[in-house]
Design a protein around this ligand. Sequence first.
Ligand SMILES: [Zn+2]
Length: 238
Amino acid sequence: LRWSAALDDGRVAIYLDGNLNGYYELIKNPCASCSYPLLSNGSCQRQFVHSPFLTKVCTIGLYYDYQEKTDYLSKHINNLKKYIDKREPLGAAMVELIRRRDKEFLNCDCVVPVPQEATEFHVDVDSKKEFNQVDELASIVSKGLNIPMIDALVKLKPHKQKSKNFSQRGSETKNLYRCREHGAKNKTVMLLDDITTSGYTLNRCSEELHKAGAKGVMAFVCGINHYERENSQSLAMK
Ligand SMILES: [Zn+2]
C-alpha cells in the first residue's frame, strides 16, 4: 500500500509513501450505540435510532456533507466514490483504530460490507473501472486484520437516501436488504459502510443478519454525517 495510518493523540495521521499527508480528526466523546458526539450532559440526541441489533457503532470521525467544510476526512470520503485508491488511507485508518482503540472488533468472525445494487456502482476516474467503494474498503480492512470478508447481504433494489428526512429513510429502507443463505449464521459480524447519516441502513442490515442467525453485529463506518443543519427539524419532530 502507498498509504498508511498512525493513531496520534485524538487524530489519525495519514502518510502517503511515508510522508505525512494530513490528519483525520476523531470524535472526542462518541456515543457507543451510534458514534454521534454525546451532548455535554452525556446523553445522545439520536437515541431514537439506536438499534437492539447493533452492539456498537464506531466511526473515524464526522463527515461534513456541505460545501463550506472541506476537512481532510470528508474530502477523502467524497473522493472514495471517484478514486478507488482512496480506499487505502480510509481502510488503513480503520485498521489502525481497531488495533489500537476499538479492539472488540478484533473478535469479529467476518467483515460484511453494506451492499449496493449493481446500478449504483461508481466509475474510477483514472482507470474507468467500475467499482463499489464499500466492497473496496471492506477488502482493505479484511486483509489488514486478517478477518475474512463475506458478501452476506444483498440490496434488493437501487435506493438513494440523499435529501430524504429521517422518517422517509426509516420507511424506505424496510425490506431493502436481505441476508444470503450462506450468510452469517453463528458469526460475530463487523458490518462496514462509508457514511452513516440516520443509522437506518446499519439498523436494517444488522436486523437481517440477526434474523439469519448472526451471534452479534458491530458496525464500523468511515464517517458519521454531521447533519445538524439539514435534519434539525426532523430531530425535533421525534
Ligand atoms: Zn447515540
